[in-house]
Write a protein that binds this ligand. Structure first.
Ligand SMILES: C[S@@+](CC[C@H](N)C(=O)[O-])C[C@H]1O[C@@H](n2cnc3c(N)ncnc32)[C@H](O)[C@@H]1O
Length: 380
């Protein structure tokens, strides 16, 4: 078995490192990130970046060489075409690897000359990428299911498998989204102590958080609501594969129509840009006498705050980070007040809401951050 270089980092730094490696094409996407028993995380990197990153290396299993350019150059030249800078610029700069399926982005293979290669093009690309199946992503649709728009280029089906932190996830990449970027939040959830608790995952998808709650946290029961039938199909399959189906109730449909109330110790609201539509139902689900925890996902933008700080602060980067944190705090304060009001209205009792923690998951753009608010809610 060939060894693979990995960077070993603390769990809280894994997401940032992954983003940096990905932006520089250093991340080995053929392997998943692994959590070690000590709590540190191994991020697999390509051999090509060994010289730049020679500290903190650890090794686990194998990868293939990248020979896309070689095979495509040979193909073009055999068809009388030249290998130019324009052609090289039209190759995929980034792609997602899901086992033997590679999902290309939309900005590649757009030159007319690729069409001249006929049926041999996609098998050649697959060979160059060490894949058996190919698909091309256009964008995540705004249909509420957040389903990706994917065209199959090579292969019979689009079901793929990921194994992360001891959990197997299978899904159809053309019909469901897989939030690989939320890896640190998934690891954080896995570390929660939910022994004996009833958890409600309002936006379950294929089980991205539902499964860690069931497999790692000791939750007694998890309710999972999801309205995309393709995601529900994958979720049910994943519950069985991971042998936790007997502790999960799947509610297929719009979570705002869920009729249950007064049952949950914890509610997960994993929808971005905002899960605000789910706040009333989350409040209804919390146990009335003991309350519980809400994990509220939100994309928070701090552009206005940054502008005002940049004027009086010499170090824009420091003020930018401070402004971001202030924006997260301001949003969390407003959310805590709104939830307290919703709970009071629902139960005719006063509630205290306590901001336990604000977790930064990832950045979408400068000053647009995906954060998670851990909000403790207790009746007075
Ligand atoms: C961003 S995905 C998140 C899935 C999972 N939490 C994750 O991070 O991978 C959001 C999921 O919520 C589902 N969803 C959105 N609004 C919903 C609603 N009102 N009721 C049930 N499911 C909903 C979508 O179909 C999608 O699968």
């Amino acid at each position: 078995m060939e060894e693979v270089p990995c960077l070993r980092v603390s769990q809280c730094r894994a997401q940032k490192l992954r983003e940096n490696l990905q932006s520089q094409d250093f991340l080995d996407r053929s392997l998943c990130i692994m959590k070690e028993p000590t709590g540190t995380v191994l991020v697999p990197i390509l051999h090509s970046c060994l010289l730049q990153n020679d500290s903190n290396l650890a090794f686990h299993h194998r990868r293939r060489g990248d020979k896309l350019e070689d095979v495509l150059q040979e193909l073009l030249e055999s068809h009388g075409e030249s290998w130019t800078k324009e052609v090289k610029d039209d190759l995929p700069r980034s792609f997602q690897r899901h086992g033997d399926l590679v999902l290309l982005g939309q900005n590649c293979f757009s030159l007319p000359l690729w069409k001249k290669m006929g049926n041999i093009l996609w098998p050649t690309v697959a060979k160059g990428l060490g894949a058996k199946r190919l698909a091309r992503m256009s964008r995540i649709s705004s249909d509420g299911f957040r389903s990706p728009q994917v065209t199959v280029l090579l292969g019979e089906h689009n079901w793929v498998k990921h194994v992360d932190n001891g959990i197997t996830y299978e899904f159809d990449v053309s019909k469901c989204m897989f939030s690989a970027g939320n890896i640190t939040e998934k690891l954080r959830v896995s570390g929660f102590d939910c022994r004996g608790e009833t958890v409600f995952d309002l936006y379950a998808g294929i089980g991205y958080f539902t499964l860690p709650y069931l497999v790692h946290t000791g939750a007694a029961h998890v309710h999972a609501s999801e309205w995309n039938p393709h995601a529900v199909e994958a979720l049910r399959k994943n519950l069985v594969t991971n042998r936790v189906h007997d502790r999960c109730t799947v509610h297929q449909g719009d979570n705002r129509q869920v009729q249950l109330c007064d049952i949950a110790d914890r509610v997960n609201l994993g929808l971005i840009p905002s899960s605000e539509d789910g706040w009333p139902v989350a409040c209804r689900l919390l146990k009335k006498t003991t309350g519980g925890l809400l994990h509220i996902h939100q994309n928070v933008t701090s552009a206005n705050v940054v502008a005002s700080h940049a004027v009086d602060d010499a170090d824009n980067s420091v003020s930018g980070k401070r402004a971001d944190r202030e924006a997260w705090q301001a949003w969390a304060d407003a959310a805590a007040n709104r939830i307290a009001c919703l709970l009071k209205k629902l139960t005719a009792t006063t509630w205290t809401t306590n901001i336990q923690h604000i977790e930064h998951v990832k950045s979408y753009a400068p000053h647009v951050h995906h954060v998670v608010l851990d909000l403790e809610c207790r009746p007075a």
